[in-house]
Structure formats: structure tokens, C-alpha cells
Design a protein around this ligand. Structure first.
Ligand code: TEU
Length: 571
């Protein structure tokens, strides 16, 4: 019998894969209600097949009140009507498989919606079967429950305010690390774990090829739930008590044993892990004893924050190289990295790390070249392959995201900060930068919907869109296609060792990938000033570049990237 999962003799296909993330709400609307849906995805599979991606990661499409756009699930085994039906998903899976691609679902099991029947019962009484499936605590001794300061500890929620909500019926608080409509599940309870594992198996039986696991490192909390260090918001930072909790490896090992191990086949499991360190990530992904294929770490996307998400910090090329380079060494040949610049929670990379005006094409393609040729599995977030940018948000009414709206409210109304100041923070870091509709055409609403889109389209859709790029050999899209093809054609992209070169150079991002057959050298000028490459590469030929005049020589123009190959054997 074939065995499954990391740590066995079956080749992990996800090492040579490129994953494309779909945020269904904003991808394609087939029925004109202004919200993207599953049929819209089915209608656009050609786009993904042509791009050459191997796997689709579908952000949540389950039943949900949409307090956090589907990351608040009220039924894990049904599809929200706004997105379609279970049979639409079956059709999507079949169509994706028919095209030789795979599909992974989003597993959001650190919390449910407060409208999930488990919680609806749990909040009513202490004597129902799911009473202990959430994290309930009494008020602080000597205080009156429900009054300010009576919360069991000082933790703030990631979405502003306290992480605790008082429920009079139980005379207790429940913990919610995110919105108060997202109560945290109590993984200490074995019945809850069994229910989650059953649900996962049900989806695998339906044909999905793995899971992206939402904040999966948060599932184990230090049961004493101690106060955290005070943050600028006035709340405590609970992260040290749950970012690498005492039982997290045990829970994931149990999941591996219960869900994946009994099946023939290899699955992609990627754990989203805010605050994870390289050493911890290696422990999760080590090929002999790790429990997951790979994790999403946050270090490089937090470089432009000064401790707290909204506090700005300038980021340099050296910072990015130092961070990503350290992750490459830490995973080495035993662990495995995920590689991403973008997702539905992050501002657009070309605006953030590139130059979305003068060198828009050059910087979008240079950043892609660097990322895709690191060792690990690259992720492309919808629209990234078109160079979609941040959004010129005008007023708070342009925003939809609960994190952004709550932050604005807390800062402006709670702390009296100037609205323009808070808007400036939101324009820079809001998740809504990534959530405007996918730009398919230059038509009204970018071809996303024939109704009114749930969120306004970026005005630059008139010139940045799939229609304009798909048949243009010099487009961002064409460059992504070539990068993805390179991974499938050149084994060194998948297997090669990684070595940073010119590590102290302030503009150049340069590295080598080496395997017995060949050596790849990547030079990227991550700046708007020309730069001279100090070392020659004898015997190497240009495999890919983002300028189209076949230039050689040692000068790299603004945001120019070159990939050179030297074959070391006759194969
Ligand atoms: O995100 C987890 C997370 O910690 C952050 O990336 C979060 O988006 C926020 O910006 C912190 O400041 C995951 C999902 O990706 C996100 O969309 C959900 O809102 C969140 O979990 C809760 O499910």
C-alpha cells in the first residue's frame, strides 16, 4: 500500500507545484449579485490552466454570516448560497482535476462563527454537549462580569477591542482572538478534535487535495491564559501564550494520524502561522517528523511594521534579503518553505516592495523572479500575475474589511486620532488593498460582474487587466507564465540548494541554486537606479529576463532581473 504524507517514501508533489490563491468573493461573479461565486471560478479555469499553476487554494466558501468574509464559518459541510452549492464545488473539483490541477480548501478551525450550531448551544448553557468546545472563563476574581476590567485577562483582539465577550446566559466570557463573531474553539476537548477530523475526512472523500490551515499555530493555548505585555492600544499581547502553544505539535500529529495517514495519496497541508520562528517552522515541516508540508511565516511581510501592524517602518532590500535568506538556511534540505509576497490579508507587493508607477512592469516581474526561484513552493494571489496594485481609497466608506473598519473606529472614535492620519495607515496596510475585484477586462467593473460589485474596482483596471495581458508576450502575466514553466522544466528550481550571494549589496538581490546537473544564478536590481553586477558568470547563459532586448553585459537597469544557467553535466 502506498503511504501518505510528509515523512514517507512517496514523492511530495507539492514541492514542484505552484499554488494559485482564489479569494472567491472577488474573483468572478457569474450571477450578477456583485459577489464572486464558484460558477465564476469554473468559467475562468482557462486563465489558470494557461498560467500553468498546479494547485488552486480556495479561500472559504462555506456557510457563513460573512463578518470576516467567510473566515467565520457556521457550517463546515455546506456552501454559502452567495457562492453556490455543494454540487458546484463537486463540479469545480472535477473540472480542476480534469485539467491536471489540484484543489485545496481553507480549513478554519481555530474558531467558528458565533452562528455555528456548536456555539449557539454552547453559549446557552453549561450543560450541553458542546458546552466545553469553546474557551469559556469566569470574570476576574473580585469583579462584576460584563463590567469593564472584569475580563479574564487583558488580551486585545486582532480586530481591535478586548478578546473577551461576556455572555449573561452562562455568566462567563468567551475568548475570541479575532472578531467577537469568531469564538475560539477549545482544542483541549477530544470530542471537538474528533469532529474537526471527521469534517476534514469528509472533504478529502469529496476529492480535495489538501488544506490551507488558518492560524493553525493558535489552536493550543497556555491554559492559564496569563495577561500579556501592554500594547499601544491599551490591551495586552496574548501571542506568546498561543503562537506556539504547549500542545500544538500533539494536535497536528493527531490530525496527521487520524486524517491523512490512513489514506493512500499525498496531500498538501500548509499551516498559516503568524509569529512562527524559523526553528518552529522546521519542527512543523521536517521531512521525517514534521506534521505539515509547509507553513506560511510572516516575518518578511511584517518588516514594514514597527512592532504593531499599523506602525510604519521603512524596509530596505537588505532587510528583505536578510529575512528570506535566513528562512532559506533554516529550512535547509530537511524543512520546506512556502514562498509568497501576496495574499488576501496583505497589501499588493508591487506597491509595497516595488514601484507601482514608473517601473510598474519591471518591479512586478523582478519581485516575482526573486520569489519564484527561491527554494520552496510559490503562491500566486489572484491578480498578482497581472501586477494588480494597491487601491487609491478615498474615504472610510470605500473599505469593507472588519479589521480596517474596527481599527478606524477604535482610533478615531475611541482614541481621538485624526481621521486622515488613520486613513493613511489603512491605505498602506489595509487588507482591502488585496480584495478589490479581479481585473479581467477594461470594461465596466473590470468584467468582474454585470451587477454592482460588493467593493469598488480599482480605477487602474482600464489598463491593468487580464485581457490586455494574456496575449502580450511582454506582460506581467507572460512573465509569471515563464517563471512557472521554468519550475516545471528545470529540476534545479525545485531541488537545488540555495545560497545568497552579494548578501551585503544594498540594491541587488542575488543568489544561486545548485544541483548536481546545473547551477542557476539570479540577479535582480530591486531599485530604480542602474547597478553594475560585480562578478562575471563564465559559461552561463541567460535563461530568463524581464527586459526584452536580450541585453547582456554587467549593468542591470532599474528593476532588471536576470536568470542565468550553467549546466554542469551533459543531461
Ligand atoms: O489571518 C490571520 C492573521 O493573523 C492576520 O494575517 C490577519 O489577517 C490580520 O491582518 C492580523 O492583523 C487569517 C486569515 O487569513 C484572515 O483573513 C482572517 O481574518 C483571520 O485568520 C481570522 O480567521
Amino acid at each position: 500500500m502506498t503511504e501518505t504524507g510528509p515523512g514517507t517514501d512517496v514523492e511530495p508533489w507539492w514541492k514542484s507545484a505552484v499554488v494559485y490563491q482564489i479569494y472567491p468573493r472577488s474573483f468572478a461573479d457569474s450571477n450578477g449579485d456583485g459577489v464572486g461565486d464558484i460558477r465564476g471560478i469554473i468559467d475562468h479555469l482557462d486563465h489558470l490552466e494557461e498560467l500553468g499553476v498546479d494547485v488552486i487554494w480556495l479561500s472559504p466558501v462555506f456557510r457563513s454570516p460573512h463578518d470576516d468574509n467567510g473566515y467565520d464559518i457556521s457550517d463546515y459541510q455546506d456552501i454559502d448560497p452567495v457562492f453556490g452549492t455543494l454540487s458546484d464545488v463537486d463540479e469545480l473539483i472535477a473540472d480542476v482535476h480534469g485539467r491536471g490541477m489540484r484543489l485545496i480548501m481553507d480549513l478554519v478551525v481555530n474558531h467558528t462563527s458565533d452562528e455555528h450550531p456548536w456555539f449557539v448551544a454552547s453559549r446557552q448553557s453549561r450543560s450541553v454537549p458542546t458546552s466545553d468546545w469553546y474557551i469559556w472563563r469566569d470574570a476576574r476574581p473580585g469583579t462584576v462580569g460584563g463590567q469593564p476590567g472584569a475580563e479574564p485577562n487583558n488580551w486585545g483582539s486582532f480586530f481591535s477591542g478586548s478578546a473577551w465577550e461576556w455572555v449573561p446566559a452562562r455568566e462567563q466570557y468567551y475568548l475570541h482572538l479575532f472578531s467577537k463573531k469568531q469564538p475560539d474553539l477549545n482544542w483541549e476537548n477530544p470530542d471537538l478534535r474528533a469532529a474537526v477530523f471527521d469534517m476534514m475526512s469528509w472533504w478529502l472523500d469529496r476529492g480535495v487535495d489538501g488544506f490551507r490551515m488558518d492560524v493553525i499555530n493558535f489552536i493550543s493555548k497556555d491554559p492559564s491564559l496569563p495577561d500579556g505585555e501592554l500594547m499601544s492600544t491599551g490591551y495586552g499581547d496574548g501571542t506568546p501564550s498561543f503562537s506556539y502553544g504547549p500542545r500544538v505539535h500533539e494536535y497536528l500529529a493527531e490530525m496527521q494520524a487520524e486524517v491523512f495517514a490512513p489514506r493512500p495519496g499525498v496531500y498538501l497541508t500548509v499551516g498559516e502561522m503568524p509569529a512562527v520562528t524559523p526553528e518552529q517552522a522546521l519542527a512543523f515541516t521536517d521531512e521525517t517528523y514534521g506534521q505539515l508540508s509547509m507553513v506560511f511565516q510572516f516575518e518578511h511581510v511584517d518588516l514594514d511594521s514597527d512592532g504593531e501592524k499599523w506602525a510604519p517602518r521603512p524596509v530596505t532590500v537588505l532587510d528583505v534579503k536578510e529575512s528570506l535568506g535566513r528562512w532559506q538556511s533554516a529550512m535547509g534540505s530537511r524543512g520546506w518553505n512556502s514562498l509568497y509576497w501576496n495574499n488576501h490579508d496583505q497589501p499588493r507587493a508591487v506597491s509595497r516592495f516595488g514601484d507601482d508607477r514608473t517601473y510598474w512592469y519591471e518591479s512586478a516581474t523582478a519581485l516575482a523572479t526573486v520569489l519564484h526561484l527561491h527554494r520552496g513552493t510559490p503562491y500566486v494571489y489572484q491578480g498578482e500575475e497581472l501586477g494588480m496594485t494597491n487601491v487609491p481609497f478615498d474615504t472610510i466608506d470605500d473599505f469593507r474589511d472588519i479589521e480596517s473598519l474596527n481599527y478606524y473606529d477604535a482610533e478615531v472614535h475611541g482614541r481621538g486620532r485624526a481621521p486622515d492620519d488613520v486613513l493613511a495607515s489603512l491605505r498602506r496596510k489595509s487588507r482591502d488593498n488585496a480584495r478589490t475585484p479581479m481585473q479581467w477586462t477594461a470594461d465596466e467593473h473590470a468584467g468582474f460582474t454585470h451587477g454592482t460589485p460588493w467593493m469598488p474596482v480599482n480605477p487602474n483596471a482600464r489598463h491593468i487587466n487580464a485581457d490586455a495581458q494574456r496575449h502580450d508576450d511582454r506582460s506581467v502575466y507572460a512573465h509569471y507564465r515563464r517563471l512557472i514553466a521554468l519550475r516545471h522544466q528545470e529540476p534545479v528550481v525545485v531541488d537545488g540548494d540555495f545560497e545568497m550571494i552579494l548578501a551585503r549589496h544594498p540594491q541587488l538581490y542575488a543568489f544561486r541554486r545548485t544541483s548536481p546537473e546545473s547551477q542557476l544564478t539570479v540577479y535582480a536590481n530591486l531599485s530604480s537606479q542602474p547597478v553594475t553586477v560585480p562578478s562575471a558568470e563564465p559559461g552561463a547563459t541567460l535563461l530568463l529576463g524581464n527586459y526584452h532586448d536580450g541585453a547582456d553585459g554587467s549593468d542591470l537597469r532599474p528593476w532588471e532581473a536576470r536568470v542565468l544557467i550553467r549546466r554542469t553535466s551533459s543531461t
